[in-house]
Design a protein around this ligand. Structure first.
Ligand code: SAM
Length: 158
């Protein structure tokens, strides 16, 4: 598979997974959270598919496309662990975890380290959509059309 094919598959799973998760939590109150603003693609998508929700976003740097700059009050700039500790108890309905940089060993280790902090911000029955495997969550089967392991889905069990 070419790198282009691989990237397209990952981005398609990301988009379809976010759409699915937004529908699953439609009846839950609370904000959404994008962990890793980056270029702003997923943040932009999340605010478009959940126009009724506040979408918070974490990154250590503001380096997104000019059209995706979040309102100052929704952009939590700093190290993700410190930002997640600060958000503990926020009762987030849908979080997207996307801190990966393509170094699998490092990305998986960071995701494991962040997992309890992500859990601490979530509402009961909320959903976490993640590009990396998280630990300590109940993993859901991927929505139809997304192959196992391409993107990951977790439900917060009370
Ligand atoms: C893969 S990019 C996110 C892509 C983004 N979701 C998008 O669709 O454009 C990862 C981002 O996470 C940020 N990041 C990585 N590790 C971080 C950490 N420990 N704390 C804060 N930000 C971090 C990087 O600065 C980078 O912008």
């Amino acid at each position: 598979m070419s790198r282009l094919d691989s990237m397209l598959r990952r981005l398609t799973a990301q988009r379809d997974g976010l759409n699915w998760a937004a529908a699953q939590v439609a009846d839950l109150p609370g904000a959404a959270l994008d962990i890793g603003l980056g270029n702003g693609r997923t943040y932009d998508h999340m605010r478009k598919i959940m126009p009724h929700r506040r979408v918070l976003v974490i990154d250590r740097v503001l380096q997104c496309h000019a059209s995706c700059v979040p309102p100052q009050e929704d952009f939590l700039q700093g190290e993700a662990d410190a930002m997640l500790v600060g958000l503990a108890g926020a009762e987030i309905a849908l979080a997207h975890y996307d801190l990966g940089f393509g170094d699998e060993v490092q990305d998986v280790a960071e995701a494991a380290r962040m997992s309890p902090l992500v859990k601490g911000v979530m509402a009961a029955e909320g959903i976490v959509v993640s590009g990396q495997p998280l630990v300590g969550f109940a993993e859901l089967p991927p929505p139809e059309g997304i192959p196992e392991g391409r993107y990951r889905f977790y439900r917060i069990r009370p």
